[in-house]
Design a protein around this ligand. Sequence first.
Ligand SMILES: [Zn+2]
Length: 128
Amino acid sequence: MPPPVFDDALRGYAFAVLKRDNFRCRYCGLDGSTSFANWLCLSWDHLLPKGHPHRDDPEYIVAACSFCNWADNRYFDLVTKRGLKLDGLSQLELVQQRLPYVERTRSAYREFWERNVARDHADDDGVA
Ligand SMILES: [Zn+2]
């Protein structure tokens, strides 16, 4: 019997890309190999917009956790406004170019998390 063929991202079409990137988010470093919960958070991130001739080339798709994947989800719409370009850049250059925008959203979420979600958050009055 042939091995099962999966048509989902994690086990199927994204697996080769995730494996190439060592199952780590290329933006925040979340490591999908260290826990099942982390692995479930992984997705693949297109570095080029819909309609670009190289969009579906695995060279221009990287591993990203789902948060980093959508953290700057207007990235392609804002490329021109931000004075960025997409053509002629390598995979690494495209990731590095996007990284500060992802990190900015991540920092804002971190602040919120520390204030409102983390067990020992600052305004915790100790009431259970
Ligand atoms: Zn991430």
